[in-house]
Design a protein around this ligand. Structure first.
Ligand code: SF4
Ligand code: SF4
Length: 242
């Protein structure tokens, strides 16, 4: 993929990162104190250390940054920004990680990691819901079969959707006021315009294109690739160190 090769060949990953306002505002001078890691809830559960990520970005080492872009590591952050509240240097590791994620998508590197490949099913589930219905999670497209953790109550709720939402006072898919109401086409068009102007549409195209390329490399159909990305969770991610 041309944009990926060009980026890597040019060795300009740090320069590109440095243009991102999240790096400008989120990384001043890290003193490697580790406070961000100590407060980070993701570090409690994942093999994850925001201090190390900030240290790598601050080093401006393009090879190390490239490894980050291709790794699972940058996808563990929950974007809670707790780290921002405690950093003695007023850095924002969470913003630094958002910038890394953006660059990982733009370079196609996201497809090299298990967590990064989850972008495809996530995009199909949530972004399409936003564009088509105006909601991130929309009951009519929520597939219970894909979410067994939802339990039998979830299965029953889905099978009796219209009745349940009516009893809850929602206005599912109907014109007029109320929760889960039908969003007017004019508003959906505005959402699409926001996606276009902010670059989200381009990111979605990149995720689609790069995922197709990666699925071929892995010898999988797109359906198999997406199912694997959705279901696969290796044990290597968890912070189970004794
Ligand atoms: S808390 Fe701030 S200064 Fe300390 S390691 Fe994290 S980013 Fe660096
Ligand atoms: S924003 Fe990310 S890195 Fe910062 S505390 Fe939250 S999960 Fe950890």
């Amino acid at each position: 993929m041309l944009f990926f090769i060009e980026f890597v060949k040019m060795g300009k990953l740090y320069d590109r990162l440095a243009q991102d306002y999240r790096i400008k505002e989120g990384l001043k001078a890290c003193i490697s104190c580790g406070t961000c890691t100590a407060i980070c809830p993701a570090a409690e559960f994942y093999r994850y250390n925001p201090k190390k990520i900030v240290t790598i970005v601050q080093s401006r080492d393009d090879d190390a940054i490239l490894e980050l872009l291709k790794s699972d590591t940058i996808w563990y952050c929950g974007e809670c920004l707790s780290c921002v509240t405690r950093c003695p240097r007023k850095n924002a590791p969470g913003l630094v990680i958002m910038a890394l994620r953006a660059l990982s998508i733009e370079t196609g590197c996201f497809a090299e990691s298990e967590k990064g490949r989850q972008m495809l099913p996530l995009m199909h589930a949530m972004h399409q819901n936003v564009l088509n219905y105006g909601y991130c999670v929309y009951p009519k497209t929520f597939a219970y079969e894909k979410h067994p953790e939802y339990g039998t109550v979830g299965k029953w709720t889905q099978e009796h959707m219209e009745d349940v939402y009516e009893r809850l006072g929602a206005h599912l898919g109907q014109v007029g006021p109320g929760a889960l109401r039908k969003i007017p086409q004019e508003s959906l068009d505005e959402l699409k315009a926001i996606f276009d102007l902010t670059g989200a549409t381009r990111w979605m195209e990149i995720v689609e294109e790069k995922s197709r390329e990666k699925s071929a490399e892995m010898g999988l159909s797109m359906e198999e690739y997406e199912a694997q990305a959705f279901n696969q969770t290796s044990s290597c991610h968890l912070n189970t160190e004794d």
